[in-house]
Design a protein around this ligand. Structure first.
Ligand SMILES: Cc1cc2nc3c(=O)[nH]c(=O)nc-3n(C[C@H](O)[C@H](O)[C@H](O)COP(=O)(O)OP(=O)(O)OC[C@H]3O[C@@H](n4cnc5c(N)ncnc54)[C@H](O)[C@@H]3O)c2cc1C
Length: 237
C-alpha cells in the first residue's frame, strides 16, 4: 500500500553540512527520473514504514524537507538538528544503507521566471530551499536577500551567498526574529517590486511579508511564503 504513495530510496551518503545540519543523499532505482523544480520539497516518512501507524500518531509520521539538490539519480536533503522531534530524531538516527520512503517532490515555493529580481529571506531551514533556488536561477538574474543563522558555522554553502546579507542571532530564538525583519528592511531594493521568497519560522515570515507589503508597497501576490515550523507546533506541512 505504501508503495502507491511513496518513493523508496537508500541512504548513500551522510555528512554534516554544518555542525547542526545533516546532509542526507538518497539514491536507488526508485529515486531516478523524478520531476523536481528547485524550491520544492518532499514529505518523508520519518517512522519505520513497516510498523503499524495509529491514527493519533499520524501527525508524527510525515515531515517535509526541501530538496537541496537532485541530479536525476540522487536527491539530497539537509535536516537541522533543532532538538527533539520525530524529524530530527529520524535524521540523526539514519545510517548508510537505510531505506527512506518519501512522497514525490511537490510545492509551489519556486522562483518566478518573470520577476524583475528575486528577494530571499529565512533562517537555517529556509536556506536549504534558498540554495536550490539560487542554483537554479540564470546567471543574469538579480538577487537580494537576508539569511539569519545562529553563527557563521551554521551557514550552508549557498551559491551567490556573497550577494546575501548574513545575520547572526547567537543564542536568540529564530522565532519572531526582529533582527531578520530589520535585515530585510535594510536591503537596498529597486523601487519596483520583484518576487520575494520567505521561509522558515512562521511568525518571522509573516512579519517580513507585512514589512514588504505595508512599508514597501509590494502586492501580496509578489511574496511567496512557506512557513516551516512554529514554536509549540508539530510538523507544519
Ligand atoms: C515545505 C517545508 C520545507 C522544509 N524544509 C526543511 C529543511 O530543508 N530542513 C529542515 O531542517 N527542516 C525543514 N522543514 C521543517 C521540517 O519539516 C520539520 O518541521 C522540522 O524538521 C521539525 O520536525 P520535528 O519532527 O523534528 O519536530 P516537530 O515535532 O515538528 O516540532 C517540535 C518542536 O520543535 C521546535 N522546532 C521545530 N523546528 C525547529 C527549528 N528549526 N528551530 C527551533 N525549534 C524548532 C518547535 O517548538 C516545535 O513545536 C521544512 C518544512 C516545510 C513545511
Amino acid at each position: 500500500m505504501l508503495d502507491l504513495f511513496f518513493v523508496r530510496g537508500l541512504v548513500e551518503h551522510l555528512e554534516q553540512a554544518t555542525p547542526r545540519m545533516r546532509l542526507i543523499r538518497i539514491g536507488g532505482a526508485g529515486v531516478r527520473g523524478l520531476s523536481w523544480t528547485p524550491g520544492q520539497h518532499v514529505r518523508v516518512h520519518v517512522k519505520d514504514p513497516q510498523a503499524p501507524v495509529w491514527a493519533g500518531l499520524l501527525r508524527d509520521v510525515l515531515r517535509s524537507y526541501s530538496v537541496w539538490s537532485y541530479d536525476g539519480e540522487r536527491l539530497e536533503l539537509c535536516v537541522l538538528d533543532h532538538g527533539d522531534g520525530p524529524g530530527a530524531q529520524w535524521a540523526g538516527a539514519l545510517r548508510l544503507g537505510d531505506e527512506v520512503a518519501f512522497r514525490k517532490p511537490e510545492g509551489r515555493f519556486v522562483t518566478v521566471d518573470s520577476a524583475a529580481y528575486h528577494v530571499f529571506a529565512g533562517e537555517e531551514t529556509a536556506s536549504v530551499a534558498i540554495g536550490a533556488m539560487l542554483r537554479g536561477l540564470p546567471d543574469e538574474a538579480r538577487v537580494h536577500g537576508a539569511v539569519e543563522v545562529a553563527g557563521p558555522q551554521d551557514r550552508l554553502p549557498l551559491p551567490r551567498g556573497a550577494e546575501l546579507a548574513w545575520q547572526y542571532r547567537g543564542n536568540a530564538s529564530a522565532a519572531a526574529s526582529e533582527s531578520l525583519v530589520a535585515a530585510v528592511r535594510a536591503l537596498e531594493l529597486p523601487d519596483e517590486p520583484g518576487a520575494a521568497y520567505l521561509a522558515g519560522e512562521a511568525r518571522t515570515c509573516q512579519a517580513i511579508r507585512d514589512q514588504l507589503v505595508k512599508e514597501r508597497g509590494w502586492p501580496r501576490r509578489s511574496v511567496l511564503v512557506k512557513p516551516h515550523w512554529a514554536p509549540g507546533r508539530r510538523g507544519l506541512e
